[in-house]
Write a protein that binds this ligand. Structure first.
Ligand SMILES: Cc1ncc(COP(=O)(O)O)c(C=O)c1O
Length: 463
């Protein structure tokens, strides 16, 4: 966190100017992307929003991509961009990575699917044991499946029903976790006893109410809820560093205290490392922060761009699968193609040297952004871990979701996104997201990001 380093006076933001710049940049994006518009008009006839997942929707329409190579992607209008979205953080190995490509091609010729175990799943599970320290692993096809199975396991092992989660966190789209994801201010309820707010329609109230939210970075609030619900809570699912409302790291001592409380109350602690697991260190947040959970959920970057996930667990939790109490299934679990991609990604591409490179490149970019923020007096700060970073449009550091809701300037975040997209920087859509750099990013690529941020700062402050 580099807020303290921003010594310059904070510029006053002219709201009328923000509106004008947003209109100008939106019009520019629309003008630059007529072919994306055509795809959108065609796509919307056969897919809601014209996209395969609602997270891909955007104004005025999504930018449809054609291809990617290394640090770059090309859209259907022929523009190339340096990619900082990287498929929601999956492609930190760079697009069309040749090592992963060769492994997948070789596996293809040996048969792609059997629904019988192959060596690949053993090798990848061994690598995950080595990285994360949990002794037993199972595979899934996505982050949603990983967190869903982890919830089943917590409930199955403890014989309890209540799941705790962190207010304002996203863990995929199954019933137990589509609760208090982005609840509006007026629905939050008391901070020490937040309401369980369903994230959209389609979730039975009875299920929603079995999931209770607690604030991030507040172990004493957790202690209060655990005391009140003693004997009822099966598991606490949490990202060790929040990554869906920009990036909020854990404060010193928080994760350790959470671990102690979960152990004391017989609650299974689940670290959802779908975002952090392969991107912020070789053993994810678990190793980076040095606190061991009972389960770890993985997906996204571990399979190098192929759809797969995994769940790590203690021997006690694994016994519930082994003796048939909890059913963990999936036709494509451990699919040989996905395992070939995961093996190449984890054992050949994302080496210790690769993590060191990602860390130093990211620190460099964070430093460049902090320097621009400081020079122009922007009301924002930078945050980053491993391959991931962001500019957070809040004048004060965030500690939890309620800060995010009340302090982040969504208009500035949206405007910054437009500046990036119109200046050759493909950025994750959504004001709450972060960038992911890849091992293919060069210093010029990083400078392009900084250049777009500087253009934004100049126009915003008249500097
Ligand atoms: C922390 C976390 N958990 C789970 C998921 C769900 O993963 P998937 O989209 O692969 O289902 C996401 C997706 O963004 C996530 O960020």
């Amino acid at each position: 966190m580099t807020l303290e380093s921003t010594a310059g006076a904070t510029a006053t933001i002219d709201r009328e100017l923000v509106k004008q710049l947003t209109e100008r940049e939106l019009a520019r994006l629309a003008e630059r992307t007529p072919e994306s518009r055509r795809r959108y008009e065609r796509g919307v006839k056969v897919m809601p929003g014209g996209v395969p997942s609602s997270f891909q929707e955007n104004d005025p329409w999504p930018v449809y991509l054609e291809r990617g190579s290394g640090s770059r992607v090309w859209d259907v209008d022929g523009h190339d961009y340096v990619d900082f979205h990287n498929g929601f953080g999956v492609m930190c190995i760079g697009h069309a990575n040749p090592t992963v490509g060769e492994a997948v091609k070789a596996r293809h010729d040996l048969g792609t699917h059997f629904a019988a175990p192959t060596d690949g799943s053993i090798v990848v599970a061994e690598e995950l044991v080595n990285r994360f320290g949990l002794p037993q692993w199972r595979f899934t096809n996505s982050g949603t499946e990983s967190t869903m199975d982890a919830v089943h396991l917590a409930r199955g092992v403890t014989g309890r029903d209540v799941i705790l989660k962190i207010e304002g966190s996203y863990h995929g789209h199954h019933d137990a976790v589509m609760v208090s994801v982005y609840p509006p201010l007026e629905a939050l309820g008391d901070r020490d006893d937040p309401r369980s707010v369903p994230y959209g329609d389609g979730y039975p109230l009875a299920l929603t109410e079995l999931t209770r939210a607690v604030p991030f970075n507040d172990a004493e609030a957790l202690a209060g809820v655990l005391a009140k619900l003693d004997g009822q809570v099966a598991g606490l699912i949490m990202e060790p560093a929040m990554m869906n409302i920009n990036i909020i790291p854990p404060v010193a001592g928080y994760l350790e205290r959470v671990r102690e409380l979960c152990t004391a109350h017989g609650v299974k602690l689940i670290f959802d490392e779908v975002k952090t697991g392969a991107t912020i260190a070789r053993g994810g947040a678990t190793r980076r922060f040095g606190v061991q959970p009972d389960m770890i959920t993985l997906a996204k970057a571990i399979c190098g761009g192929y759809p797969g996930g995994a769940i790590g667990m203690t021997a006690e939790v694994a016994a519930a699968i082994g003796d048939g109490r909890v059913h963990q299934y999936g036709t494509f679990n451990g699919n040989p193609l996905v395992m070939a991609a995961a093996e190449a990604t984890l054992t050949e591409v994302l080496t210790e040297e690769a993590y060191a490179k990602l860390e130093s490149a990211n620190q460099w970019l964070l430093g460049r952004c902090a320097e621009i923020i400081d020079r122009y007096g922007l009301p924002c700060y930078t945050e980053g871990l491993g391959a991931k970073g962001c500019v957070i449009f809040s004048a004060e550091p965030l500690r939890e979701y309620r800060d995010y809701l009340t302090k982040v300037d969504g208009e500035l975040a949206t405007l910054a996104w437009l500046f990036h997209m119109n200046r050759g920087v493909f950025m994750t859509p959504g004001v709450e997201e972060e960038w992911t750099i890849s091992i293919a990013h060069s210093e010029e690529d990083l400078e392009q990001f900084a250049g777009a941020l500087e253009a934004f700062a100049k126009d915003l402050t008249g500097g």
